[in-house]
Structures are given as C-alpha cells and as structure tokens.
Design a binder for this molecule. Sequence first.
Ligand SMILES: C[S@@+](CC[C@H](N)C(=O)[O-])C[C@H]1O[C@@H](n2cnc3c(N)ncnc32)[C@H](O)[C@@H]1O
Length: 290
Amino acid sequence: MSNYKPEKVARMYDSLEDQGETAILLDQYHLGYWDETNPNASPTEAADRLTEIMIGKVTIQAGERFCDLGCGVGAPAIQLAQATGCFVDGITISQSQYEKAQQLAAEAGLSEQTYFILGDALQMPSEDATYHGGWFFESIFHMGHRKALQEASRILKPGATLLIADLPARPTMSEEFKALCEEQSHSFVIPKEDYPELLDTAGFDLIEIEDVTDYVITPLVAKMKIACQQYESEFLKYVQSPQMKDWLQSYQNRRGMEYVESEAINYWIQMLQDMCNNLEYALVTAQKRA
Ligand SMILES: C[S@@+](CC[C@H](N)C(=O)[O-])C[C@H]1O[C@@H](n2cnc3c(N)ncnc32)[C@H](O)[C@@H]1O
C-alpha cells in the first residue's frame, strides 16, 4: 500500500507509551467490551473482557505456537499464554512497547512462554507455516489489510485459525473522517464487506464475521465520560501529553476551531464520538486453507 508508514506508526506508539500509564487505560491498547455481564466495568476491565472473548475464539493447544501480529505492550499475548498454555510470539513496531512487553511478561513469570519481536509484521522473521494460530488485535488497519493477510497466510499452518479484531468503516463514513484516520493515526479502514474477497485471495476460508459494534462502540463514549470524571486529574495529564496534545490540536484545526488547553478532555471525547459515528467493530474468524 502506497500510504503504508510503519515508521510513523512506531513513533506514534512510542510517544504514547513514553507518556506513561493512566489508571484509566492501564497497559491497554484496544477498546473495551460491555454487555449485561459487566455493565459497570472500567475501560481497563472491559478491555480485558474483549481479550477474553478473543481467547474464547482461539483454537490452540498447550505447547503450540501462536502469533500476535501487532501485539502492543503484550497484555493480550500474556493473557492468552496464561489461559491456554501455548507459546506466543508477539511483534510490535514500537521499541517502547517491545520493552514494556518483555517487562510485563517477566513480571507475569511468562518469559519462557512468550517471545517478543521488535519489527514489521509484514515481514515476519518466521519460516512458512510456522504457527498453529494467530491474530491481528486492532492492528491490521495500520498495516494494510491485503498485505497483512498475505503475510499471515504465509506464516500460518494449513488449518490454523486467524482472528481479526477490526474497526470497519460504517457505510456512512465521511471522507473527512477517513482522511483524519490516515493522516493522524495512520489507519486505513475498510468496510467489513471487503473481508470475504480479501481473505479468499490470501488463502483463507471465512468462518464468521461477528458484528460487536453494540458492545464495543455503542457504550464507549458514555463509559469514557464516567472514567474521565472518576480520574479527572490523571486523565488531564494524559490528554495534555505531547502526542495527545498534537492530535487534539490538529483535530481542532481541522474543525476550524481554536485549541484551548483546559478543554482537552472534551476534545478527546468529541474525537471518540466521531470515531463511534464512523466506525463499527467486528470480530473476524478465518481458517488457513489446507
Ligand atoms: C491499537 S494497538 C493494539 C495493540 C494490541 N494488539 C492490543 O490489543 O493491546 C496497534 C498495534 O499494532 C502495532 N503495529 C502497527 N503496525 C505494525 C507493523 N507494521 N508491524 C508490527 N506491529 C505493528 C503497533 O505497534 C501496536 O502495537
């Protein structure tokens, strides 16, 4: 993909990680899942829940090898290794995330069962047909779907399950929002209707596209507003950090509006609302063709 910019993605996640943790989004780089079983979960707890749901869809045995393509700071990889006893190789393009992932795995006593790689998931340092399973957990949109699926197909064994947690474009997505995604968060979103052809071309059989927008996107803004009230001072620190400030300033610029520092939380909420108005959430399951 001509717009593929891994170095910009790396810089973005490095600076997010370097700005430190907030009690709201502790080690989490994906969204949360809320339903009737966890209506009062914090964003961090709900993000763990989404990882549990992903793990529930994984078919892997203890001792087998799984690849986490775009692994963040390794929290989902660690949860998966703990839950299943499999070995997980996680790759991230961000140096800071890579270091944090190693630290978290060591703290969890899982350094032997997890292996983190600093590099590009489009060029996995793995032989063909290495892995018994894998996922792209909110990462494929940075890589370009077609190339990412091709590389996943190369490194997965025939019959292996691939899971994808993605934020597909709503049919009503605006051109303005699409441009914002590409320029600001280096994300290239597609409608979920593109998946059957993309998967087929890459050598996968589509098993299921589960639309979970109602559990991830619909509750998001209300849940974040509650969390912001609860942790206001911490959150203010987060939205005023250099990377977030940069995002929010250019977000305000695009809307032709002035940036006022004390309003940073409101801008962030507005940005989330825009995201929710334009994107869905889908869990895609596919199987590498034999
Ligand atoms: C939104 S975060 C999700 C992280 C993690 N999967 C999670 O759920 O916590 C996106 C991740 O994709 C990774 N990523 C993006 N492009 C990548 C690439 N070309 N190669 C490796 N990792 C990449 C980023 O470094 C980041 O860790």
